[in-house]
Design a protein around this ligand. Structure first.
Ligand SMILES: [Zn+2]
Length: 136
C-alpha cells in the first residue's frame, strides 16, 4: 500500500497513513522526483513514511488517491510557486490554475478533484473541517 498524505494542517504538517501506522512530517521536508538531468520534476512528490523506511512517489494527478494528493500539491505549489511556474506573488487562484493545468496535462481535465470554483476559500486551510481536532 502506498504512503498516503491524508491531511495537511494550516501550519504545514502533513499527516501520513501507511498500512496500519502513520505519522506526520513537515511539508517543507517533501522533495520532488528528479528528472534524468537531475533537476526537480514538480509533477511528482516523494512522500516518506514517518514510521518505517517505505517511500511513495505520487503523481500530481493523484494516482489512486487524487483528492488527497491534489490537495498536497496545492499546498506545495503555494509554498514553492516558482517550481510550478508561478510568480512569487501569484495569487491562490493563479497557483491553482497552474496545478490544475499540470493535472490535466497528465491525466486529462476530468481528473481534477478540488472543485472548479472554490477560490472563495481565501487563505483558509484546504482541510479546515479537521484543523481543530486534537492530536492522536
Ligand atoms: Zn510505513
Amino acid at each position: 500500500m502506498a504512503v498516503l498524505p491524508i491531511r495537511i494542517t494550516a501550519t504545514g504538517t502533513v499527516e501520513v497513513s501507511h498500512d496500519d501506522h502513520g505519522g506526520s512530517l513537515p511539508l517543507s521536508s517533501l522533495t520532488f522526483a528528479k528528472r534524468i538531468d537531475g533537476s526537480d520534476d514538480p509533477r511528482f512528490v516523494v512522500v516518506p513514511c514517518p514510521g518505517c523506511p517505505a517511500v511513495s512517489t505520487h503523481p500530481i494527478s493523484g494516482g489512486a488517491a487524487p483528492e488527497h494528493v491534489q490537495r498536497l500539491f496545492m499546498r506545495l505549489a503555494l509554498a514553492r510557486r516558482a517550481a510550478f511556474g508561478a510568480t512569487a506573488n501569484a495569487g491562490r487562484a493563479a497557483v491553482k490554475r497552474r496545478v490544475r493545468l499540470l493535472v490535466g496535462a497528465m491525466d486529462g481535465a476530468e481528473r481534477w478533484k478540488l472543485g472548479a470554483d472554490d477560490d472563495d476559500e481565501g487563505d483558509a486551510p484546504l482541510d479546515a473541517a479537521t484543523q481543530n481536532e486534537t492530536e492522536a
